[in-house]
Design a protein around this ligand. Structure first.
Ligand SMILES: Nc1ncnc2c1ncn2[C@@H]1O[C@H](COP(=O)(O)OP(=O)(O)OP(=O)(O)O)[C@@H](O)[C@H]1O
Ligand SMILES: [Mg+2]
Length: 223
């Protein structure tokens, strides 16, 4: 298993009430697998993805990525595993506007988890941009790109450190149907045959059907 989460609990404590979001959710993903997560708005899909990706610590339960436990060690260890093993793609791209596209793609490598030189990072970023069809946009700023192009940059960035798993939270949520289809095709072409697994939150039944498995997050559990 490339990703194994067991018995996740997560509760938000607000001043006036407690919101129980995850109530024992478990998931196992093998190398190369594509898994869709569906569920109604507010079901906790983004929360789950953040917990799986080392961005948000669960109250209890464990998350193992390639056999390494994310949350038992220090925050620093968690960040190191995350940077080496996990690529994140958000609905709203989250690119840094002041950096050009190439620098955005290089960012995950700059955290120091790779042994690449700056020159090698740049070469790899450019090769990833070519892979996602954006060679001719490498010196542009994110806001000079269309939504679909920005999301392809985000996917290239997610691939920078050669992760084992990409976690994508409604990656086509901001895109029109055709552009969204291209982004999905890209995610699918990257996964499946090799080691890279993809776990994606989607509202689209068609997208969910293309995945190897579809899980619904309901009442805090994955079913
Ligand atoms: N930082 C937070 N503080 C307090 N409550 C939160 C926080 N983040 C999420 N919640 C609550 O947790 C619940 C789940 O939120 P989450 O964003 O995970 O849902 P979702 O399934 O991704 O929804 P959507 O499909 O609309 O994106 C929501 O009811 C929300 O109110
Ligand atoms: Mg969400």
């Amino acid at each position: 298993m490339i990703l194994k989460a067991t018995n996740l609990f997560k509760t938000y404590h607000l001043p006036h009430k407690i919101v129980e979001v995850l109530k024992g959710a478990s998931i196992s993903v093998s190398a190369g697998e594509r898994v869709a997560i569906v569920g109604r708005s507010g079901a906790g899909k983004s929360t789950l993805l953040h917990v799986l990706g080392g961005l948000d610590k669960p109250d209890s339960g464990s998350v193992e990525v390639d056999g390494r436990e994310l949350y038992f060690g220090s925050q620093f260890q968690c960040a190191a595993i995350r940077a080496a093993k996990i690529g994140f793609v958000f609905q709203a791209y989250h690119l840094l506007p002041e950096m050009d596209v190439t620098e955005n793609v290089m960012l995950p490598a700059l955290t120091g988890v790779t042994s690449l030189t700056r020159r090698q990072m740049r070469d790899r970023a450019l090769s990833l941009l070519s892979q996602v069809g954006l060679s001719d946009r490498s010196t542009h700023k994110p806001l000079e790109l269309s939504g679909g192009e920005q999301q392809r940059v985000a996917i290239a960035r997610a691939l920078m450190n050669e992760p084992d798993v990409i976690l994508a939270d409604e990656p086509t949520g901001n895109l029109d149907r055709a552009t969204g289809g291209q982004v999905m095709d890209l995610l699918f072409s990257l996964s499946g045959s090799g080691r890279l697994a993809v776990v994606m939150v989607t509202h689209s039944p068609e997208t969910a059907n293309l995945c190897d498995r579809c899980l619904e997050l309901r009442d805090g559990l994955l079913v």
